[in-house]
Design a protein around this ligand. Structure first.
Ligand code: DNO
Length: 350
């Protein structure tokens, strides 16, 4: 596995120099952040990220994310333009040496949590999803002041209502069809460029606010991989997104898709399952519901050689910053992942 770390660019409080000092750290996971979704990224911005990364002694290999414009997910006529822009971004990123692009196909809302600073027993704070808090929010109620953290703030309330209403006319099958349309155009370009596309699972892996969500469980991942049956059409296996539902056996999924050569990127994070919800916890197996060693072992034994990054960390030691993306707990997570993979490798060799 190739150890990687997410970095939010020059505005990130966490510096490349700090990331470089995490043992075993190899690759930076980043994106061009100052361009509206759907537009082409400038070569200058891409190459600036590459230069900064490499100057710090790290590799510029993974993009998370090139976001997919809503018009593509909604199947509107304007998707043609946005798909062409997407392909152009793939070509430009390939010119800069990128190997893997992570993206998602979630309608409107990316990852959803109800609180970003929940105090855990040990005094650290983490991200949580409590169903009773979600139940209080209705994105279609324009007079409601309630929102959830993590929502795209670039929408006005009216725009949000409008886009949510458009999705509510759509079935899951329509979303599958729009995903197929997108992949059939994008994957051949990625294949020519030697880039692995890696879809992220819906987080959490169930429908929210009546919006269709399809990248959620094994039978849907099987269906996804067959839409375009090409190794460049692969997965970001997100342990926390899949693992927040009992229906997903994460070590099994890791083994199965690694064996098929379809996992290109892994997000490793532990969650404590609660009825209808979950709390994010420290990476260690004993801190949550997931067996992190079983996941690492399943990847290692099935020939996985892609990128792995510690996913959301808690806020510890008084650190403040971007929820889930501070330095300290993710660095502890990285050290733990090094240990898990070293042990899995040794066990395999013995
Ligand atoms: C949250 C992340 C997601 C992820 C996107 C990929 O912390 O895991 O926002 O980057 O879903 O497109």
């Amino acid at each position: 596995m190739k150890l990687a770390f997410r970095w939010y660019g020059e505005d990130d409080k966490v510096t490349l120099e700090q990331i470089r000092q995490i043992p075993g750290m190899r690759s930076i996971v980043t994106a061009v952040y100052d361009v509206p979704v759907g537009e082409v990224w400038s070569r200058e911005s891409i190459f600036r990220l590459k230069e900064l990364t490499e100057k710090a002694g790290l590799s510029f290999d993974v993009i998370e994310s090139v976001p997919v414009h809503e018009d593509i997910k909604l199947g509107k006529p304007s998707r043609e333009k946005y798909i062409e822009n997407y392909c152009e971004n793939i070509r430009r990123l390939s010119d800069a040496g990128i190997q893997c692009i992570c993206y998602n196909f979630m309608p409107v809302f990316d990852w959803t949590r109800t609180q970003l600073d929940h105090k855990l027993e040990d005094g650290s704070s983490s991200l949580v999803y409590y169903p009773e808090q979600v139940a209080q929010v209705d994105p279609l109620q324009s007079d409601s002041d309630l929102t959830l953290p993590g929502w795209d703030a670039s929408y006005t309330r009216e725009e949000l209502r409008d886009v949510v209403a458009q999705y509510q006319q759509m079935t899951e099958e329509d979303l599958w069809e729009n995903l197929r349309y997108f992949l059939e155009r994008v994957i051949p370009v990625a294949a020519r460029c030697g880039i692995n596309m890696a879809i992220h699972q819906d987080d959490p892996c169930w429908s929210i606010f009546g919006l269709p969500r399809i990248i959620t469980e094994e039978k849907n991942l099987d269906r996804f991989l067959k839409l375009v049956d090409d190794p460049h059409n692969g997965l970001t296996l997100c342990c926390g997104s899949l693992g927040c539902s009992k229906k997903n056996d994460v070590p099994h999924l890791a083994a199965k898709y690694a064996k098929m050569g379809r996992i290109h990127f892994v997000h490793m994070r532990n969650v404590q399952l609660l009825p209808g919800g979950f709390e994010e916890r420290a990476h260690l197996s004993q801190c949550g519901s997931l067996d992190m060693y079983a996941i690492a072992k399943a990847l290692q034994e099935n020939g996985f050689d892609g990128y792995v990054r510690p996913d959301h960390g808690r806020m510890i030691w008084g650190e403040t910053g971007r929820p889930g993306y501070g330095l300290y707990d993710r660095a502890l997570g990285a050290a733990y992942l090094n240990g898990l993979f070293e042990a899995a490798k040794k066990e395999q060799q013995s």
